[in-house]
Design a protein around this ligand. Structure first.
Ligand SMILES: *Cc1c(COP(=O)(O)O)cnc(C)c1O
Length: 386
């Protein structure tokens, strides 16, 4: 059998390794100087005022929801075509969750479907407190429209940009929170840059920043201006809310800081891979990823839709895997997961998401894919869809 081609793969350089080794030889493995350095560098890179690094994007989403006071009796809405973490963060806070259907070409949460659902929810007095939009595959959602809706209907916006570091919207980097309260990035190894496990939340709001930083560290603060009682000594700290240990270590931050210097290089590499796929697959019975003139995608994924539907997709998927092509499926609509069905969700709830789910297939997409490997993917697909 030929060599296995994964759908995504990290790139770790000698510089990255040196950066991590320097931390290993230093005084602090965690809670040293590198995490704040990484936070400052990342905030500057995306154009946000503050950043809070965490041990995963999932923790960052939880911290984000907590900082926005999401709790029992509140509702969070998100896209069904995402990783379960975008929606689980509501449940961690005791809030309920609901789903807004996707656009049929970008597969992002549809601003039109959101508007319709808001109109109805307003009549029934059950508007959401938070909407988590997901920049699927690395292409930003329609943030101007979503920002306008958030002002009109009074909900807060979290951008789940786990796929989208390096992406832009109207020429500005995703993560600057121009139309949102908080943006979250993931640094899992399949994403654009990695810290092994890790995530970060960016915001322009001082209060949200302080609340997320405190939540990440057991709900504890030492900052004199935040204390409830007068500090009797330098040893004094206060636990003021119930938080978690969601901290990133200095080892992980060193890797992230080093990787951060190559975001644009990685996205450019992904653009070359996309160009080859776009050209080579144009005549096949497939729907290729959408482009948007005002947005640069970070191209985390390259999902194609098999026109013939689920049966054909499953056959093509199985045969590609058998041949060592690591195709994948992003994602099963979250509400079809057994856990969510037990909350009462049923098939048919978001028809566009389910239409997508029946056809989708993510092709191998990462900057250092060998062109001979990409040729193999293209040739195999051509043969199987002929
Ligand atoms: C990867 C991913 C997450 C979770 O990221 P972790 O860092 O693994 O916790 C959340 N949302 C989306 C859309 C993702 O792709």
């Amino acid at each position: 059998m030929s060599r296995f081609i994964p759908y995504g793969r990290q790139d770790v350089t000698d510089d990255d390794i040196d950066a991590v080794v320097r931390v290993l030889r230093s005084d602090f493995l965690t809670q040293g100087p590198v995490v704040p350095e990484f936070e400052t560098a990342l905030a500057e890179f995306v154009g946000a005022r503050h950043a809070v690094a965490t041990n995963s994007a999932t923790s960052a989403l939880h911290a984000a929801c907590h900082s926005l006071d999401l709790g029992p009796g509140d509702s969070l809405w998100t896209s069904p075509i995402t990783f379960v973490a975008s929606s689980n963060c509501a449940l961690y806070c005791g809030a309920s969750v609901d789903f807004v259907d996707i656009e049929p070409d970008t597969y992002n949460l549809s601003a039109e479907a959101l508007r319709d659902k808001l109109v109805q929810a307003k009549q029934e007095d059950r508007l959401p407190k938070v909407v988590v939009v997901v920049h699927f595959a690395g292409l930003s959602c329609d943030m101007a429209e979503i920002g306008a809706l958030s002002r009109e209907y009074g909900f807060r916006v979290i951008e789940d940009a786990s796929h989208a570091i390096g992406a832009t919207y109207d020429g500005q980097r995703v993560g600057n929170c121009r139309y949102s309260d908080i943006t979250v990035f993931s640094f899992h190894p399949v994403k654009i840059i990695t810290t092994a496990e890790g995530g970060i939340a960016t915001t322009n709001d001082e209060t949200l920043h302080a609340r997320m930083a405190q939540f990440r560290s057991h709900g504890i603060t030492r900052r004199p201006e935040h204390l409830e009682r007068e500090a009797p000594g330098d040893w004094y700290y206060e636990q003021q809310v119930l938080g978690f240990n969601y901290r990133m270590t200095d080892l992980h931050a060193a890797l992230g800081l080093s990787q951060l210097t190559r975001v644009d290089e990685y996205v450019e590499g992904r653009e070359l891979v996309r160009m080859r796929y776009d050209e080579a697959l144009a005549t096949l019975p497939l729907r290729l990823p959408a482009h948007r003139a005002n947005r640069r995608s970070a191209l985390h994924l390259y999902p194609v839709l098999v026109n013939d539907g689920a049966e054909r997709r499953d056959a093509v998927f199985g045969e590609l895997r058998r041949r060592g092509v690591g195709v994948n499926l992003h994602y099963i609509p979250v509400y079809l997961q057994p856990y969510y069905r037990r909350l009462g969700f049923r098939p048919g709830y978001c028809p566009v998401a389910e239409w997508y789910f029946d056809r989708a297939l993510s092709l191998p997409m990462f900057p250092r894919i060998l062109s001979e490997d990409q040729d193999r993917v293209i040739a195999d697909l051509g043969e199987l869809l002929a």
